[in-house]
Design a protein around this ligand. Sequence first.
Ligand SMILES: C[S@@+](CC[C@H](N)C(=O)[O-])C[C@H]1O[C@@H](n2cnc3c(N)ncnc32)[C@H](O)[C@@H]1O
Length: 277
Amino acid sequence: MLDDGAPGGDLRARMRRFYGSSQTYKGLLDAHDEAYSAPYVDLVLRYAGRRTRVLELGGGNGVAARMLADAGLAVVGTDLSPLFLREAGASARPALGYAVCDGFDLPFADESFDIVCSNEYLEHVPDAEAALDEMARVTLPGGRVMVMGPNLCSPFLPFREGVLALRGRRDGLIWTDGPRDAWRQTRRNIAVIADKKRRSEPQFLHRAPDLEDRIIGGDADSAYLATPADMETYFHRGGWKVIALASGGSRKGRLVASVMPRYAPYLSVVAERPLHT
Ligand SMILES: C[S@@+](CC[C@H](N)C(=O)[O-])C[C@H]1O[C@@H](n2cnc3c(N)ncnc32)[C@H](O)[C@@H]1O
């Protein structure tokens, strides 16, 4: 599954068609309500400081953008899919606008937002470096990029499936075929992250997304094996300050995120653009 070659433009066009038309996916996003978005909104508010102008990317149905505006920020909520954003416009107001736009080609001037943020977006892009370049381009000096989502290189994902499989819960397996495969992937992911930690250049690993309009589960449509070590190296290389890498919801999750953030199952990367470059 691991592939370090970024797929090209044809895949981008196929993904745009998929997100622009999949009613199945739209149905899944209906479940992304306020409770679902709360940890992400909390993260943005926690790290916003006095920053107020927010661009949200890959926001799906726009609920999180609305929550950020409700908390007092001036927000532009965006997504690639006009279908997913269809109902969001009803809650637009002066401090909350919505726009359909592609994260690879943002229709905004350089250095125009204090915060550029996303939840469960970056793992769906077929060229992570180009997508991060766009996020960085529109961020003001002193502004912050915040990226939240699953860490798709975390050894905890296959490990958890290995435990499920041993308990006879094969219906819960998404990434692995059974215990043997789960242990193999756990060991491999530990090695992948250890290797990334040693690198001074990020190595973004991509995969071919499954764009069949079936029940989409377990990030089958992901195209980038998102992991905080890549973003850490990417932002350090650009002279940005990396403020956070991971977070957790439960006490156990928070402990893992603080002790081994690059290995934790969820990433919450916060990076600040330097005032002078
Ligand atoms: C898993 S959904 C997450 C939606 C939302 N952030 C949430 O938490 O509910 C991934 C989203 O990324 C969007 N997306 C995928 N590729 C994109 C791109 N190139 N530019 C902008 N949005 C994109 C999809 O349309 C979809 O809404």
